[in-house]
Design a protein around this ligand. Structure first.
Ligand SMILES: C[S@@+](CC[C@H](N)C(=O)[O-])C[C@H]1O[C@@H](n2cnc3c(N)ncnc32)[C@H](O)[C@@H]1O
Length: 477
């Protein structure tokens, strides 16, 4: 299979080529040739050159004669494609049963939803390619820094595990769907990834007593009234698989280890998503921190229409969605990144939630988790008093005035933080003064001393507000 991967690479079958040729911002559009866009793709698939031939066969799904294949590749590559199930006979011609596409320096084989412009009936065990926007948001929400042991739960075609094998010494990838296992193993072989162990497993069931420094997951979250596909269906409330994953995760994590997951769930009446995340962790949650970063919130109706359009469903689906929202008292749906951290030593744990700005990155999320951890560490006060904070500049203040004794007087401020987190903090005027005076030269101790002189606020309260300003990205230290 390495032969095939090497050939595809040397043939110039790259994402850049495809994005340019088809004038697309993201590759996954090519996997769903719908309507006018599909007609345009069909025309653009015609043309000379090996990269386009490969796209025509492996993404478009068009059949070609053996002679046509041999005009573009050595016979040994054609044989390897055939023997490994990447090509199948269709009459006298040959065609690709699945997709085979370049992604971030990898080659990925997965199920196809279309052959030409014809939609194929998805199997219940359909294995998605792993290049759609939700999967990409998942990969982008993972710390790509060196680690020893890493597990991906629900690996699908294996992209997350393959990307992780670039920085993790040993990678395990599990999935409940046996067809995923076939694809993930094939993709490891195609990409010469030797450090990835792929196993069929219902969550952790096949993992014995292995523990990991990092655990990744992008698990199904669509309520199963609307989807029964294994890659999408998340049980009656959409959160069942996430709940099972979280319940078992603590004993799988090394102390100090982190989970990076892409999650979708509901803010319910008096029960925000992060509160349930903590409950799903069960007793083990006493050792775990939770940081939820919301990237998109949708009203129940926005979410329902999105799902209905995606599936081309009818109005009956809308009534099922309304029933679902009522049953679970859903106020809004939240899509976001989740970090769960198992504490390294005995200390209180934290639960935080932030809204991500459009260009926030995993470094920002990790940094917040680091900061909240530091706030609860034993040497927090001395270490932070000696630091030299700087205002980030990604915020503005709005003031509220009131007529008092014939004079307009500022009575409160709202600080609007815009990056990396979008937050509004209602506060007293001195908080704005604290945020604006941090210039990278004054120590925190000097800064808090100045504010204390002006306001007479107790030191502990000042330190609490200071921690909040750092935790929302208003101050940097
Ligand atoms: C939304 S897909 C994500 C696939 C891939 N990781 C990605 O990000 O594109 C969810 C995956 O979880 C798998 N899955 C569902 N239930 C599972 C379970 N109980 N244990 C392990 N994997 C499961 C599905 O088969 C599917 O491959």
């Amino acid at each position: 299979m390495k032969l095939v991967g090497d050939y595809l690479r040397s043939a110039g079958y790259t994402a850049e080529f495809l994005l340019t040729h088809f004038s697309l911002p993201r590759l996954h559009h090519l996997f769903y040739p719908l309507g006018r866009q599909g007609e345009r793709f069909a025309q653009l698939y015609r043309g000379p050159g090996t990269p386009l031939f490969l796209a025509r066969v492996f993404i478009g799904g068009y059949s070609e004669s053996k002679d046509a294949f041999l005009a573009h590749m050595p016979e040994a590559v054609f044989d390897a494609l055939r023997e490994n199930g990447l090509l199948e006979q269709a009459g006298t011609d040959w065609r690709a049963p699945g997709l085979l596409f370049p992604y971030d320096g990898l080659f990925i084989n997965a199920d196809r939803a279309f052959r030409g412009q014809e939609r194929m009936l998805p199997d219940r065990n359909y294995v998605a390619g792993g290049a759609d926007p939700t999967s990409v948001a998942f990969y982008e929400g993972i710390a790509a820094t060196p680690c020893r042991t890493l597990l991906e739960v629900g690996t699908g075609s294996g992209v997350g595990a393959l990307l992780a094998s670039r920085y993790a010494e040993q990678v395990w990838a599990v999935d409940i769907n046996p067809r995923s296992i076939t694809y993930a193993r094939r993709n490891c072989a195609l990409n010469g990834a030797h450090r990835v162990t792929v196993m069929e497993s219902d969550l952790y069931s096949a993992l014995g007593d292995l523990r990991f420094e990092r655990i990744l997951a992008n698990l199904p979250f669509v309520p199963s009234t609307e989807s029964t596909a294994v890659f999408a269906a998340g049980g009656d409330d959409g959160e069942r698989i996430l709940a099972g994953f979280l319940e078992g995760v603590v004993e799988r994590l090394e102390p100090g280890g982190r989970v990076y997951a892409l999650v979708m769930g509901a803010d319910r009446e008096d029960d925000p998503f992060e509160a349930r995340i903590r409950r799903y962790l069960g007793a083990g949650g006493e050792e775990c921190d939770v940081a939820l970063f919301s990237s998109k919130t949708m009203t129940p109706m926005e979410f329902a229409f999105d799902q209905i359009l995606l599936k081309n469903s009818d109005s009956a689906a809308l009534y099922r969605w309304i029933g679902f929202f009522e049953q679970f008292h859903v106020q809004q749906m939240v899509l976001g990144n989740l970090i769960v951290q198992r504490r390294r030593e005995e200390r209180p744990v934290f639960t935080v939630r932030r809204t991500l700005s459009s260009n926030a990155s995993i470094a920002d999320m990790d940094q917040l988790a680091d900061w909240e951890t530091r706030c609860l560490s034993r040497d927090f006060v001395p270490s932070v008093l000696a630091s030299k904070p700087r205002t980030s500049g990604h915020w503005e203040a709005l003031s509220k005035h009131q007529l008092r004794d014939g004079q307009m007087t500022t009575i409160s401020y709202s600080i609007l933080a815009s990056h990396p987190f979008v937050e509004t903090i209602e506060c007293a005027p001195w908080v704005v003064s604290m945020a604006s005076k941090a210039n990278g030269e004054l120590t925190t101790s000097q800064l808090l001393g100045m504010v204390q002189q002006q306001t007479g606020q107790p030191g502990e309260a000042l330190l609490g507000v200071f921690a909040q300003l750092v935790g929302t990205g208003i101050l940097e230290i």
